[in-house]
Design a protein around this ligand. Structure first.
Ligand SMILES: [Zn+2]
Length: 427
């Protein structure tokens, strides 16, 4: 399994200058590689592969920009990665249809790199000394030794005890960070004795919890948050119309206070769910965060009521509290959980006569919509874990270093293949 850990560097002023120069030179080189690749692209807009570009440009950028062998290779692969990302965005239609202004703009010029864009380092250019909590890092000013770093205690433990792969050097508002990718050993996950609690996150109900056996466990109303937000929105409109300095100050204070309130609620709700799971021997299944964001985007009129960050935050709190408590937590693909009957499995958009109710067109089950979705999420958690432990490892296309991600890919593929009607349909 891969895990990403971020630590902060505490460079001396001289180190800091060297790091700034290093990023600048690497990104100048990347822009140069990008231009060459762009000029040589074929009629379909494809740029050369890593190997072709390396063949042609490796020696040249080493001398031209004074880069070492490894940094030169990293610069080339970073540029190739950027073109791969651009290409898949174009293919997926994320940049619009052919001929639209946004897409034309993206296609008509080489990928550019900011002077302070992050740069990957491998073990030849970056070594970690865990006992002194320092790194030694290659720079255009020579090797920098004894650069101190700090981080969360749990992250530092992970760093000290696992294989560290590629690491990005990043500058955010003048502060230096290393983003390290770790490979953690894969161990089979013990299936929770009592099954799973499914958590459905929503707006009317912040969280609705149901078991994979169909029982509703708990729900938290979003009423208090919505009310407070509405009041604040009205006040904000008034203050914005006023526009004075003190009004702006008050506005900032208010929105900070509001964020604190939501954070507080999220802490309480996530703590209650995790405690419940731990006490009753359940695992927790939650929607994948990307799914939550998509769903919030779909329900446009309600966006004002609760921002997507609040959902993402609750998901994050649940994850780290569950991990700390030793409770199994599994993110599941939430597609169609709101339209599928938890009683008989029948799936139809018509099963949802309105936002609050679930009424199955096939078996006649009538449930609170969030209750139905929570049960479906719990079952998906149980099914995904069983598959993760048993079948998946022998399946082609399963990558043991990233069990959850590959499992998700495989289940999504299977679900879509099993029911062609699902393809292209919304939730
Ligand atoms: Zn049904």
């Amino acid at each position: 399994m891969r895990r990403v850990v971020r630590v902060k560097l505490l460079p001396t002023p001289a180190h800091s200058t060297a790091l700034t120069d290093t990023l600048r030179v690497c990104n100048e080189a990347a822009c140069y590689v990008s231009q060459v690749a762009f000029d040589a692209r074929d009629s379909q807009g494809r740029t050369g592969t890593k190997f072709i570009l390396q063949d042609v440009l490796y020696a040249q950028i080493k001398t031209r920009f004074g880069l070492g062998a490894q940094p030169a290779i990293r610069v080339i692969s970073k540029t190739v990665d950027a073109y791969t990302t651009l290409r898949s965005n174009l293919v997926e239609g994320n940049l619009g249809l052919p001929g639209t202004p946004g897409r034309t703009k993206a296609e008509s010029k080489p990928v550019a790199f900011r002077p302070d864009a992050a740069q990957p380092f491998d073990k030849n250019c970056l070594s970690w000394q865990h006992d002194t909590r320092t790194v030694s890092i290659w720079s255009t000013h020579g090797r920098l030794r004894g650069v101190r770093f700090v981080g969360q205690p749990s992250d530092l433990r992970l760093l000290g005890g696992n294989k560290i792969g590629e690491t990005d050097l990043q500058n955010v508002h003048g502060q230096w960070f290393l983003i390290a990718t770790l490979t953690l050993p894969t161990t089979p996950v013990v299936e929770p004795a009592a099954g799973f609690l499914g958590v459905d996150l929503g707006i009317v109900n912040i969280a609705f919890v149901g078991t994979d056996r169909g029982v509703a466990v708990a729900d938290w109303s979003g009423g208090a948050i919505t009310l407070r937000r509405k009041r604040n929105l009205a006040l904000r409109a008034k203050l914005q119309a006023n526009g004075t300095k003190s009004a702006t100050r008050l506005l900032k204070k208010r929105s900070k206070k509001e964020a604190r309130f939501v954070t507080d609620v999220n802490h309480q709700v996530s703590k209650r769910i995790v405690t419940k799971a731990q006490r009753t021997g359940h695992g927790i299944a939650i929607e994948e965060l990307t799914g939550i964001r998509e769903r919030v985007r779909l329900r446009k009129p309600q966006q004002v009521a609760l921002h997507s960050w609040a959902f993402a935050q609750l998901g994050g709190f649940l994850t780290y509290k569950a991990e700390a408590a030793g409770v199994v937590i599994i993110p599941v693909d939430p597609a169609y959980t709101s339209q599928t009957c938890s009683g008989c499995g029948y799936m139809s958009r018509l099963n949802r006569p309105n936002q609050a109710e679930f009424a199955c067109r096939s078996c006649g089950v009538l449930l609170h919509a969030d209750h139905n979705a929570a049960v479906n999420i719990a079952r998906r958690g149980a099914a995904d874990l069983a598959e993760l432990n048993a079948v998946a490892i022998s399946q082609p296309g399963f990558d043991p270093s990233e069990p959850r991600r590959s499992l998700r890919r495989l289940t999504q593929k299977r679900r879509r293949a099993a029911n062609p009607a699902l393809q292209g349909q919304g939730r």
